[in-house]
Design a protein around this ligand. Sequence first.
Ligand code: ARG
Length: 614
Amino acid sequence: MPGFVHCVERVAHSGVSAYNRNIQNLPDRAPCTSKHNNKASHMTLLQLINERVEAALAAAGAPDAPAVVQPASKAEFGDYQANGVMGAAKKLKMNPRELAAKVIEQLDLEGIASKVEIAGPGFINIHIDPQWLATRSLAALGDAHLGIAMPERRKVMVEYSSVNLAKEMHVGHLRSTIIGDVLARVHEFLGQDVTRANHVGDWGTQFGMLTAYLMESRNDGDAALALNDLEEFYRKAKVRFDESPEFADLAREYVVKLQGGDAEVLALWRQFVDVSLDHCHQVYDTLGVSLTREHVKGESSYNDDLPVVVKDLDTLGLLKEDDGARVVFLEEFRTQEDKPMGVIIQKKDGGYLYTTTDLGAIRYRHRVLGLDRVIYVVDARQSQHFQQLFQIARMAGFAPQQMVLEHVPFGTMLGDDGRPFKTRSGGTVKLIELLHEAKERAYALVNEKNPDLAEQDKQAVARAVGIGAVKYADLSKNRTSDYVFSWDSMLSFEGNTAPYLQYAYTRVQSVFRKAGDYRADAPVIITEPAEKQLAMALAQFEDVLLNVAETSQPHHLCQYLYHIATLFSRFYEACPILKSEGEVRASRLQLSALTARTLSTGLGLLGIEVLDAM
Ligand code: ARG
């Protein structure tokens, strides 16, 4: 089995109790010395089977026919099924079952599959050899990276959260922040060169109003106090703007001063932005999101590039004059009158727009950062903006063809009533308040289920479960659809929820607490069906992660972890661990260890904490 380095290591933990040593050393062993397997020759199990079936198809007279290998849809179909034979036979005008028989004759899965058979009209069912799985499991256990090899390293940017700093973070910011963070973590785990970007909205006319109001409240007394509640601050500034023409004029004047780099107005602006960013980072910390101040690169930072963007577009002859504004017309996008749609780059008054800034950002991301792939995790309602943006960026040469630009859209978070999530009185829900409520609800649950737990532990469980539940409820849904936010279902200990998975993890950990001695290099022996199913699923972790990285769909990882937890439960019931003896006991502990590490790694990639007990 090329590509997997087997290394067993023991870490000495001086001063740690024997109890802790078991927990710390075993299922979640510290990294061993083997480096990531960076070999280009490494293939995942799915890729390997796919390649072998394709080679067999070619040898059977169907060169270039895709093998279409997938995990089997039902257990009786084995572990994998190749569905490509029917298509290939049709092209060759052959009987598909005959072609399937020829393919099987040519198919080399020596040491990998224990049985290969034809099914139905010409499917090929592949049963993975338990011995192969045993070796694979042991190799994964011996590797800090669970035997997962790195695909080719590329420069990937994940742009997420990207809130507008004019207001406090509300539930509308939750999805981008949570989903983006998972994508960044998964790419990183897969060895990619990841840049996180928080493209915050910190520029534009609103900030003229806000800085003008900050100036006023400073003159009136305590500005810091006024900024305490950003929502309030924004609301009051808006009232002033609407009621007083003088104030409105001042606000407009401040916009011009901001853009012109006036030191005093800039200082006020910076003060506002700072306070607002502090709020954001308080939310990120509570959420356990990996964004730091270093990842913030706001719209304002492209201010100086905007005239250059306009100039470049103009030089290429892409700009047209339309009612005083400078516009790019796109043939592919049609207006209601079936005319090419215009995207405004510069307004009549000289001001720039959202798209202009985004063009500046793309230009920077190519020229300065040299990125290979940029992933924008932004609400589905901005889909058209991104389609147009990407097209203009290509036309202008700001992004070369090989630079992948992807909008990763998501739907809206809804309340019980099926309408966008709001407070009872219809206001927007502040994110920090929602997260506090999550922890309170989780605390009440722990208190009820486990009243004897120490207070400190209760708090830790409440945090892990409360925040985990909010994140998991979001991540486990297909992101493209809207989803209903429900405390009861997300905090349930049954079904596909964070508490269920966290609990499953503690169950595995409790096995180790009771087991005492454990041999990290014990061979894995697979005889029972429940052992095989668990080992098979564990061997698919790598393919699942690659799929998440490719499709930007974290729910595949959630589904997978839920599957693992379910299979572990079955294994636990069917195959006694602690009551068995010798090699069997040691092997079952190994499968349990791999389960624990897969669950904790997977949940870690989802940004969800695991606990040894709850
Ligand atoms: N700040 C924007 C908003 O709240 C989202 C920014 C998304 N990213 C981008 N590059 N346009 O709507």
